[in-house]
Design a protein around this ligand. Structure first.
Ligand code: ADE
Length: 242
């Protein structure tokens, strides 16, 4: 035991193998190894019936592409919910969902268990949403081939907020005394960072970062962060506090 609560993220997908490489990368592998998070993968096709285990069909009314059938998806979600002592918060990845941002990530991280439902093809039969009432989430205004990459983005952002997952050095940046707090909440953009060498192809590191005056460094970073935000993402500055 590590004294932390384990967070469980169940993934429901037609392509579980997409996740295996990602799950074996260092931070996540470590978090799973230390029992801080677990990410069980479930193949929706396991709940499809018939010789061909069909999961999709043509849309009523015509049109291109295939639609995920309600029965295997609804039954998969119900079965996976039963696999742990308490049901999870059901997230459906879809371009029609509410937009993911750091505030939504924080909401999701407050759950002990999430179910991430990934679609493929042209989408889900509407009755899946009507019956299961999932939290529909989009990672941006563009169309992916499926929800898998979106689910990975959610896992990646959420596990950073699970206590114990980040090393002390990184997680300290999130404490309320940190000047980087606002950047971590994505209210402003992170300031520019430099490392060695001091000069590269005629480009020098700003002098103020080299002189060891922590107060000056902090002021420069705050200024740089605000300038970048104004130039690149003024919408963040105008956003009301949530
Ligand atoms: N599935 C396809 N496109 C998506 C998006 N932008 N966000 C979440 N899920 C998706």
């Amino acid at each position: 035991m590590n004294g932390y609560n384990i967070m469980r993220l169940d993934v429901l997908t037609l392509f579980p193998e997409i996740f295996t490489g990602y799950l074996s990368q260092s931070l996540l592998k470590l978090a799973i190894g230390r029992s801080l998070v677990e990410v069980p993968l479930h193949n929706i096709r396991d709940w499809a019936i018939g010789k061909h285990r069909t999961v999709d069909d043509r849309p009523f009314g015509g049109g291109p592409g295939m639609v995920l059938k309600p029965e295997p998806v609804v039954e998969a979600v119900e079965a996976v919910q039963q696999m742990a002592t308490s049901p999870g918060h059901l997230v459906m990845l879809t371009p029609q969902g509410r937009r993911l941002d750091q505030t939504v990530v924080e909401q999701l991280a407050s759950h002990k268990r999430l179910l991430l439902l990934c679609g493929r093809y042209e989408g889900f039969d509407q009755r899946i949403s009507d019956l299961l009432e999932p939290d529909e989430i989009s990672i941006g205004d563009y169309i992916l081939n499926g929800g898998e990459v979106a689910a990975m983005a959610i896992i990646d952002a959420v596990i950073r907020l699970v206590p114990g997952v980040l090393g002390d050095q990184e997680s300290n940046q999130q404490d309320s005394f940190s000047p980087n707090l606002f950047a971590h909440q994505q209210r402003v953009l992170e300031h520019a960072q430099y490392t060695r060498p001091r000069e590269y192809r005629g480009q020098a590191v700003p002098e103020v970062l080299l002189n060891g005056d922590h107060g000056q460094v902090a002021r420069w970073r705050e200024q740089n962060s605000l300038e970048r935000t104004r130039d690149r993402r003024a919408d963040l500055l105008n956003r009301k506090k949530q």
